[in-house]
Design a protein around this ligand. Structure first.
Ligand code: A3P
Length: 304
């Protein structure tokens, strides 16, 4: 049996993108009712691009002064998805009017929805969006593992070829991936104050500078004093794959009724696709990537 909501037929085409059919009403509620504030920070991504990592980093950056020491940070006791909730999976799940009264400013939210379909108030206010992008080949492999291993709802048996084929056609959750990436990429070029476009690969290779850039963009730059005290490094360590994966809160428990917290921490590396995708699949995918991204300025160095 195949779990629904990963690939067709469990997806619905809504406003030009594919999404798990059961969350369409949540997306509509989010679009119709959410009122953004200038201070809000929205973390946007395609699934499996490094959302969890970005949530951990943004949360630690924003809250570093609230908890007297990072060793007290709420990240040690809660899964990043609890601290930075998804609009369409959590806040607006069967709920048109979520209670935001307990959230302090700046509020941190996340979403997988494409830029074009975000509520108008997110676009019109001064709220900021951080987008994390990842090499589609690694997204596919990560997504395939996630679908087969993470979903407790069903005993699923997708093949990696099924995932790769679906991505070639753009028929994947929140896809087509090229439209998703290019939508945010375009706004990040036109309005540098609105969207910060990060890449998982750059975050892995140059974490320190990328995290400083992130902190500055969201309005919480590190002071010289903090830098000399090693606060940036502390945040990097706190949010590192090895640290988060080993926390009790991430080893056990579930995020929503059906995702195990541990399934958000699999391997955390660049280029795992070489171990799973055949040469012909890679060739086909690279052709699609090249055709769709051509001329946009968005490239993935390792494979294209
Ligand atoms: P892999 O499956 O390739 O290991 P998302 O958070 O968007 O669902 O993405 C999950 C991917 O990010 C998984 O990739 C996961 O292992 C990786 N990841 C999670 N936390 C990370 C961290 N702190 N550093 C680097 N990668 C991380």
């Amino acid at each position: 049996p195949k779990a629904k909501g990963w690939l067709s037929p469990g997806l619905s085409l809504y406003q030009g993108f594919y999404c798990p059919s059961k969350i369409v009403p949540n997306i509509i509620s989010f679009q119709n009712h959410f009122q953004a504030h200038d201070q809000d920070i929205v973390l946007a991504s395609k699934p499996k691009s490094g959302t969890t990592w970005l949530k951990a980093l943004a949360f630690s950056i924003v809250n570093r002064k609230r908890c007297d020491q990072l060793s007290n940070c709420a990240l040690l006791k809660s899964n990043p998805h609890e601290l930075v909730p998804f609009m369409e999976f959590s806040l607006y799940a069967n709920n048109q009017l979520p209670d935001f009264s307990t959230m302090s400013y700046p509020r941190l939210f996340s979403t997988h929805i494409p830029y074009e379909s975000l509520p108008e108030s997110i676009k019109q206010t001064n709220c900021r969006i951080v987008y994390i992008c990842r090499n589609p080949l690694d997204i596919i492999v990560s997504h395939w593992h996630f679908a087969n291993q993470a979903c407790l709802e069903h005993n699923t048996h997708w093949t990696v070829e099924e995932f790769a084929e679906a991505y070639c056609k753009g028929e994947e959750a929140f896809g087509p991936f090229w439209d998703h990436m290019l939508g945010y990429h375009k706004v990040s070029k036109e309005n540098t104050n609105k969207v910060l476009f990060l890449k998982y690969e750059e975050l892995k290779k140059d974490t320190l500078n990328q995290v400083k850039k992130l902190a500055e963009f969201i309005g919480f730059p590190f002071s010289k004093e903090e830098e000399s005290q090693g606060i940036v490094e502390e945040i990097l360590k706190l949010c590192s794959f090895g640290n988060l994966k080993e926390l009790d809160v991430n080893k056990h428990g579930k995020f929503m009724p059906y995702f195990e917290n541990k399934s958000y921490f699999r391997k955390g590396e660049i280029g795992d696709w070489v171990n799973h995708l055949s040469d012909s699949m890679v060739e086909k995918l690279n052709k699609v990537i090249h055709e769709k991204l051509n001329g946009s300025g968005l490239t993935f160095k390792e494979n294209c």
